[in-house]
Design a protein around this ligand. Structure first.
Ligand SMILES: [Zn+2]
Length: 276
């Protein structure tokens, strides 16, 4: 952790105010400030933001990298296990020098080397239900880049419970999907998948699609946190890289969804509403 990161307000993307950008930050981020990209206030919002990412492997790694380089103030990630040779076709935060070492420490070091202004917190395990809720509660946005549907659902439940936007990224082979959830307003992951999809332990995947989906997840996060651009809440992006086809479909909330149907829209005084 660094001094500037420690000074960051832990969750602060909502509302105006907070410390302005430093001269160093204006220089560092000058290529992403201006028409068509971020406003200075948008950049300052990123600086005040906390993102929780579960798994920073094939998809979450490129997402975390893009968020760190873009200047998100605090990145909290969860990733257990040790780095294996078969991870290196897609896990960009790892390297051959890190083989056999705990991934959390390796990946955190990689992110810190990219941007020392960003505070990185690494958790070396998959969070359980209570921990997922606690981490989502500290974040302004959650990115799920988890390999199992059970973990994706856990992050969905946590984000919905906390009223925090969720970006769900998934991949198989040369195909990827991306869903942006605005809790209690747009469809959640359980609305989209009433039944668990089939799962295979060692599913195939190529790093190019992981990186594409992860980078797009980061772009959605940057837009939502900075308030710049149009978010894609309530839709599913399907990238079929095998056939070279992309499509987007609008999602409907399931009125009987066991995760989100009993929850009402936020009141105008709520934190979520204040972020609009
Ligand atoms: Zn739902």
């Amino acid at each position: 952790m660094n001094v500037m990161g420690e000074q960051n307000q832990e969750r602060g993307s909502s509302g105006m105010g907070g410390p302005p950008l430093t001269d160093e930050e204006r220089t560092r981020y000058q290529r992403q400030l201006g028409p068509g990209v971020l406003t200075e206030e948008g950049q300052a919002r990123l600086k005040r933001s906390t993102v929780f990412i579960s798994r920073v492997g094939g998809m979450g790694g490129p997402a975390a990298l893009a968020l760190a380089m873009a200047g998100v103030g605090r990145i909290i990630f969860a990733h257990g296990g040790r780095l294996e040779l078969a991870d290196l076709n897609r896990q960009v935060l790892g390297s051959e020098q890190g083989l056999g070492k705990p991934r959390a420490a390796e990946f955190a070091a990689c992110l810190r080397q990219k941007n020392r202004l960003v505070t990185v917190e690494a958790i070396d395990r998959e969070p359980d239900d209570a921990e997922a809720v606690a981490l989502a509660g500290r974040a302004d946005l959650v990115i799920s880049a988890a390999p199992t549907f059970a973990e994706r659902l856990r992050l969905n439940r946590a984000a919905v419970a906390c009223g925090v936007p969720l970006i769900d990224a998934a991949q198989w082979g040369m195909t990827g999907t991306l869903i942006a959830v605005k809790p209690r307003v747009t469809a959640c992951l359980r609305c989209v998948y009433p039944q668990d999809p089939p799962f295979e332990e060692m599913f195939p995947v190529i790093g190019a699609i992981s990186g594409a989906v992860g980078s797009l997840a980061a772009l959605e996060a940057i837009k939502i946190l900075s308030g710049v651009g149009q978010s894609t809440f309530g839709s599913l992006l399907l990238i079929d890289g095998y056939r070279g086809h992309e499509s987007r479909m609008q999602l409907q909330r399931n009125p009987t969804c066991p995760c989100c149907s009993s929850l009402q829209r936020f009141s105008p005084m709520s934190r979520e509403a204040s972020r609009d």
